[in-house]
Each structure stands twice: as structure tokens, then as C-alpha cells.
Ligand binder design. Structure first.
Ligand SMILES: O=C(O)CCC(=O)C(=O)O
Ligand SMILES: [Fe+2]
Length: 353
């Protein structure tokens, strides 16, 4: 990636401001009550945690966690492997390029809202194989399997990835338990939805950009899945749209913390009590940046709809049910193309009021 190609240039209203507002207020939550051996005998600590998580989901849709239980060395290993992978020549990386048949792998021409992102990515599925619908067509009942493509280099990537994904999956399940409790539901309310998960991990590399005021590493978007657990390095660049005033707020890197955000599925399950919030990534002219999001997604056959326990006459369901698998395959296929229109979003399933 050399000079800025017009494909990367954002419309003026979406260009980043170079004066940054750093996050004061994106909650930092200490998960240590979960790890304490006597947590059962200390329900007060868990209650406090549940309240903090609920408030963060409601007010921000984003929070950071510390003392989360994911061993630091496992995170460091995947970050090192990502650096090694992206340092290879483009021809090497393109050997395992994502295409319409192999939907995971390396990709350097992703578009968000039809503007090209200043980044390259590598996606891995958590379940191998991952079962999904064969096509986004609603009448087509056929299923297919997605499998991973592993690069030759670095050779340890597969093992490092498998080790890491188990840890973030455990953390995600714990967080879903806390989120369920915060909605007044049983802790294991969401557990079965993730049995045949369609989760994936993405390695993101944002090279230095000569015009960081014109382009974005990732354009503004919401995450389509249930929950995102993101590791960012010390460079920083993630910005979150503050719900109170629509201002873009930078998430300050906190060593060894994870950034958690509510995805579209939790928004629908909670019938808009919790909102999937827009975010984007700024790039800079000097430093490259790496990040590793884990997208926690349910089984493809999940019909996403507002939970019955959370809806009633006064608070009727705001969304029609939709198939997560069809939503996912639609998104994956349209990601290859620069579309004329915006791709599929949950508001397309909104019940008109
Ligand atoms: O790199 C980041 O900080 C966030 C990336 C992101 O939002 C995404 O990949 O969905
Ligand atoms: Fe995102």
C-alpha cells in the first residue's frame, strides 16, 4: 500500500479528526470476582460485577476488562505470530487469499460501507469445520462446511491459534453469563446457542498510512455477531461513537486488557436494551498497528429474535426473527464486492412502529 488510492478516501463527513478525545468513561471492569475460589460464597462481589456490566452495556455498548483469566503468554504468542505472518511478501500472503469459495484466509481489499479499509486481515474459524448454509437464499436448505486455510509461515500459527481461541472462548462464555444475569435471565441462558458456534478470530494489520486524515483502518460499522473480544496493541486507534452525543471517542490502550463490545445479536436478543454501537479505526502515518478480535457467534441455525422473557404487551418485540446463518453468509459473500447499496443490517428486520 503506497500513496492513498481514491478507493480509500472517506467522504468528508466520515473523515477522522486528528485531535483525539481519549476515553474517559468507557468502563474498565475488573473480573477478578469471577476467578476467586470463593466467588459462590461472595455473591455480593458477583452482584456488583453484574451491575457494572449491565450499566456498561446500556450506556456505552463497550467496556474493557482486566483480570480476565486469559494467560498473557498466549496472547503474546498470537500477536507475535500475526507480526511474522504479515511481514511476508504480498505474493506469499495471497497464496491463501480468501475468495468466494474459501471465505476465510488472507484479504487486503475489504470495504466497509463501500470505502476500502487501510488494512490487511487474516481470518480463522474457531470450529473446524464450521457448519453454515450453502447460500444466503432463504428457500435453500442446503448446508455446507467452511474450513480454515493455514499459511506455511509461521508454522506455529495453527497451534498458537488453537491455544488462544479456547481461552477467549471461555472468557466470552463467562461474559455472556454475566450479560444474561444483568438482563435478569439465568446465567446459562445463551450457552446452548454457541454449541455449534460460527465464531472466528481475525488478525488485523494496519500499515502506516500517508494520509490518516482521509482514510480509515476500518470504516464506521457495528459488529454483526453476539459479542466481540478484542486485543489491541499499544498504538491505539479504535474509536467508539459515544451514545450521549455521537462524538467519536478513542479507546485508550490498557496493557493486557480486552475490549468487549455488544454485537447486533445481543441488541436484538435484549430488544434494544443493549445497543451494538458504531466504531471505527484510525490509522497514523508513523506506526503500524495490530489487533486481534474474537467474534463470538452462535450456531448458524439460530433464529435471532427478541427474547420472550424480555418482551410483553408494553414492550413488544422490535425485530422479526432472522436466521443468523443466512445473515452471515449474505455478509460474507457481499464483502467481496464493492456494492452500490449498504449490506445487510439488523434494521432491515425492524418491526415498523
Ligand atoms: O482493530 C480494531 O481495533 C477494531 C477492529 C474492528 O472493529 C473489527 O474488525 O470489527
Ligand atoms: Fe468491529
Amino acid at each position: 500500500m503506497g500513496e492513498v488510492d481514491p478507493a480509500f478516501i472517506q467522504d468528508p463527513e466520515h473523515r477522522p479528526k486528528l485531535s483525539i478525545i481519549e476515553a474517559q468513561g468507557i468502563p474498565l471492569i475488573d473480573l477478578s470476582p469471577l476467578n476467586a475460589a470463593d466467588s459462590i460464597s461472595d455473591p455480593k462481589a458477583i452482584e456488583g460485577l453484574v451491575r457494572e456490566i449491565g450499566n456498561a452495556c446500556k450506556d456505552w455498548g463497550f467496556f474493557q476488562v482486566i483480570n480476565h483469566g486469559v494467560p498473557l503468554h498466549k496472547r503474546e504468542k498470537i500477536e507475535t505470530a500475526a507480526r511474522k505472518f504479515f511481514a511476508q511478501p504480498l505474493e506469499e500472503k495471497r497464496k491463501i487469499r480468501r475468495d468466494e469459495k474459501f471465505v476465510v484466509g488472507y484479504f487486503d481489499t475489504e470495504h466497509t460501507k463501500n470505502v476500502r479499509d487501510w488494512k490487511e486481515v487474516f481470518d480463522f474459524l474457531v470450529e473446524e469445520p464450521t457448519l453454515v448454509p450453502a447460500s444466503p437464499e432463504p428457500e435453500d436448505k442446503e448446508e455446507t462446511q467452511w474450513i480454515n486455510k493455514w499459511p506455511e509461515n509461521p508454522p506455529e500459527l495453527r497451534e498458537v491459534f488453537e491455544d488462544y481461541s479456547q481461552e477467549v472462548e471461555q472468557l466470552s462464555l463467562k461474559l455472556m453469563g454475566l450479560i444474561a444475569l444483568s438482563l435478569g435471565l439465568p446465567e446459562d441462558r445463551f450457552k446452548s446457542c454457541f454449541k455449534d458456534q460460527t465464531s472466528f478470530i481475525r488478525l488485523n494489520h494496519y500499515p502506516p498510512c500517508p494520509s490518516p486524515q482521509l482514510a480509515l483502518g476500518v470504516g464506521r460499522h457495528k459488529d454483526g455477531g453476539a459479542l466481540t473480544v478484542l486485543a489491541q496493541d499499544e498504538v491505539g486507534g479504535l474509536e467508539v461513537k459515544r451514545k450521549t452525543d455521537g462524538e467519536w471517542i478513542r479507546v485508550k490502550p490498557t496493557p493486557n486488557a480486552y475490549i468487549i463490545n455488544v454485537g447486533d445479536i445481543i441488541q436484538v436478543w435484549s430488544n434494544d436494551k443493549y445497543e451494538s454501537v458504531e466504531h471505527r479505526v484510525m490509522v497514523n502515518s508513523e506506526k503500524e498497528r495490530f489487533s486481534v478480535p474474537f467474534f463470538f457467534n452462535p450456531a448458524h441455525y439460530t433464529q435471532v429474535k427478541p427474547l420472550e422473557e424480555l418482551t410483553n404487551k408494553q414492550n413488544p418485540a422490535k425485530y422479526r426473527p432472522y436466521s443468523w446463518g443466512k445473515f452471515l453468509t449474505h455478509r460474507r459473500l457481499t464483502n467481496f464486492k464493492k456494492l452500490k447499496a449498504e449490506n445487510l443490517q439488523i434494521y432491515h428486520f425492524r418491526v415498523s412502529e
